[in-house]
Design a protein around this ligand. Structure first.
Ligand code: PLP
Length: 355
């Protein structure tokens, strides 16, 4: 069977796909509420939090909007070193917030030092930043940044995009003191696209009570009112919830630590291979992603041709994203993929490079 080595949507296990085909049931029913209760509790474990997780019928970008709408009346510090952080910045602006931009080069991490400087003498309601930048394959040091925020500006809520890292790399919401962490279903969780997950702590819920114009669909207070009754304000994506129920069971069978280790091993294999082929990695050492590797295309490989070659073998990688298109290419190593799949891909990549 072929594989998608792209950073989402990724391969979904066949039984998980099939779980979606179960018959519908009313969502206002004991049976569905029992499933929703189970998946909600399971979702909290993925974020390593004791707090609630809202499961929404949306992709992750919807929760970018939820973060800025619910947690800030006005002031946002937005940290940008990649395309998805830039998107969150644009989302904040388009919701009328006053947004200050803290930007580094896309090949450089956001560091605790520059965050401390940006917070000095300011009183931002929230700071937004991306853990694992899917465009660049760069991981920002969230644990250390969070410690810097707690020190410099304890009232500022920390909102993290873990879209392409959750369950592929460690994100410890409670231990690191993160107030909101969001993700999507179609990345390391290895589900079809269409579910958003927002883990929100009590401090963030208290803030939401003080914020005007939170909107309707993603209003945390409305979501909470229904969540405590194992329900949602609007119709949930029932088929995807069936799939999530099974996938959570599979994830816990593997074990979160084993899952992190498998992703780390795949990242190591891809990154070592690239360096051995004298291909440069876009992200600096120490900040390289466990779920996606962005490789500088200094050999000027025709990425379209490479993908056509791979697709003859039912494999696919991803071109660079946005301004990095053709200048880089990306290998996704997340979700259901195993080391043996990575080895198979790299053999075919070698075959292409040797032509
Ligand atoms: N944030 C990151 C880091 C992403 O990689 C993506 C999508 O690739 C998004 C946000 C947007 O998520 P979605 O496509 O689920 O809206």
């Amino acid at each position: 069977m072929g594989h998608l080595f792209v950073p989402g949507p990724v391969d979904v296990n066949e039984e998980v796909l099939a779980a979606q085909a179960q018959a519908m049931m009313p969502h206002r029913s004991d049976k569905f509420e029992e499933i929703f209760d189970r998946v909600s509790k399971g979702a909290s474990k993925l974020f390593l939090t004791e707090h609630r997780v809202f499961i929404t019928a949306s992709s992750g970008t919807g929760l970018h909007e939820a973060a800025v709408r619910n947690l800030a009346n006005e002031s946002v510090l937005s940290c940008v070193n990649g395309a998805f952080a830039k998107r969150w910045h644009d989302v904040a602006l388009s919701n009328g917030k006053k947004v200050d931009l803290l930007e580094t080069g896309w090949d450089q991490p956001i560091t605790p030092e520059i965050v401390s400087q940006a917070l000095d003498g300011k009183n931002y309601e929230i700071i937004i930043l991306v853990h694992n930048e899917t465009s660049t394959g760069l991981v920002n040091p969230i644990k250390e940044i969070a410690a810097a925020v707690h020190e410099a500006s304890p009232e500022t809520l920390i909102c993290i995009d873990a879209v392409s890292s959750l369950t592929g790399d460690r994100v410890e919401m409670d231990n690191w003191g993160l107030d909101m962490v969001l993700t999507s279903s179609q990345k390391a969780l290895a589900l079809p696209p269409g579910l958003g997950f927002a883990a929100v702590n009590d401090r963030a819920m208290a803030r939401a009570e003080t914020v005007d114009n939170r909107g309707w669909y993603f209003d945390f207070l409305r979501l909470e009112k229904h969540r405590i009754k194992d329900s949602t304000p609007a119709t949930p994506a029932i088929s995807l919830i069936y799939a999530l129920d099974l996938q959570l069971r599979r994830i816990f069978e593997e074990g979160l630590d084993a899952r992190f280790a498998r992703h780390a091993a795949m990242a190591e294999r891809v990154q070592t291979w690239a360096l051995e082929r004298k291909l440069a990695l876009f992200a600096p050492e120490g900040y390289r992603s466990k779920t996606v590797t962005t490789i500088d295309n200094q050999l000027e490989i025709d990425v379209v041709e490479l993908n056509a070659f791979l697709q003859e073998r039912e494999m696919r990688i991803a071109n660079g994203y946005g301004p990095l298109k053709n200048k880089t290419f990306r290998i996704g190593h997340m979700g259901e993929l195993q080391l043996a799949d990575i080895d198979e891909l790299l053999l075919v990549m070698d075959e292409f490079l040797a032509r």
